[in-house]
Design a protein around this ligand. Sequence first.
Ligand code: PA5
Length: 470
Amino acid sequence: MTPVTLRYGNLLEPRLGPGRGVDPGRLEEGGELAQGFAGAMDVLQERRKTGELGFMDLPSDTTLIRQVQEVADSFGQWFETLVVVGIGGSSLGGRAVAEALLDPHWNERTDEERDHFPQLYFLENADPDSTAALLDRVDLRRTLFNVISKSGGTAETMAQYMIIEERLRDELGPDGARGHLLFTTDPDAGALRALARSREIPALPVPANVGGRFSVLSPVGLLPAAVTGVDIEALLAGAAEMQERCLNPELTRNPAGLLAGLLHTADTELGHPVHVFMPYADRLRALSLWFQQLWAESLGKKGQGGDATPESGGVGPTPVAALGAVDQHSLLQLLMEGPRDKVVLFLRVGRRSEPLPIPRTHSEEPALAYLGGHTLEELLDTELRATVEALRRDGRPSLTLEVETLDARALGELFMLFQVATVLAGGWYGVDPLDQPGVELGKRLTSGLLGREGYDRPELDDAEDGNWTV
Ligand code: PA5
């Protein structure tokens, strides 16, 4: 079993050319990046000591893991369908696990093919089209709704809960409805916790020191995984192993330190603020979205001094969620010839469950013949290697993560790697990666406009829009 590896040569000067990459000497002991890393590590260790980095305790929280497995075992067998209701950090991690590890056509499989594990849907957006369509489709009598909200007050999730709860009550009566609800929320605070207590609805805790986008290895991501038969112990074992590696004080032996330090340097020194995450695996499309949220919401901040002026508006890279090889037919032209403001973080999967041979047919047609005898796995992998090389030849930087086999263990490693890298990058950028003050104003305005008690109704500056609309 090979651990996840990070190839970073294509972000270094020897490969990219003078001024285009990082001088490897800067990574060695005494080098500037190694010193910056030591500072970022100090911040991480300090915050760990004060108990702020709860996500790092999750792989060893045996009580919580047992609780999740017990709840999953007791609920899973009763229901044909699990609907996860949540948004942002309360959804993307669970989606990333499900897409990576369940059969791609999970919900179309028969009960037997799914080994009697339930179908799984995610209700994320407050979009009436998708919400109504899903609620009309599922059999309420055989569906469990896992309502996930750390704060217990997110408008989209609460509104969906209210619609679901009323439908359940109409169909099953108040007592029956209760048996189809499972909350995942803060252990003490928030409206969802209060409802769980007053209505005796079962509820799993999200530890108080685990924030939304760092919650994938808490009951937020683990419950849907366990209910659908994912090996959550392997997921957590992978995370624990990676955590060990990410605490190595030597930068060149620490994958999270290198990921954070090199991407930060690419942004702030080399002029590459756009960080494109491009796994070459359909199963990792949702992981790409999960990374995008983690990187953006954690690092896009006002910052303290430095680059952060009122004019610049703050600091932080712009992550872009992509997918190889599909986006070779969409983004690649821009990546190859557009502004030199991007770094691509590729993700390569070494071995697939089914390489799928391409038959040696059509030997008379050169455009097809050369493909025969290879496999789809080889084709995808070759395209990745060719793209990395094409970028390098033009002095365009990239990093490549390699996963031998895409299983629960490797996925756990990736989750932990990205989360620790995010905290370290926060140290480098001088921002708090755990908060998200920038999303508050929009929430306050929404509450005021919808007449929430304690919120003033705001004036929106859209009175003249009529003059400026075509
Ligand atoms: O990462 C975060 O903190 C956010 O993306 C939240 O997960 C998202 O806003 C949903 O919040 P909550 O879980 O409180 O409903």
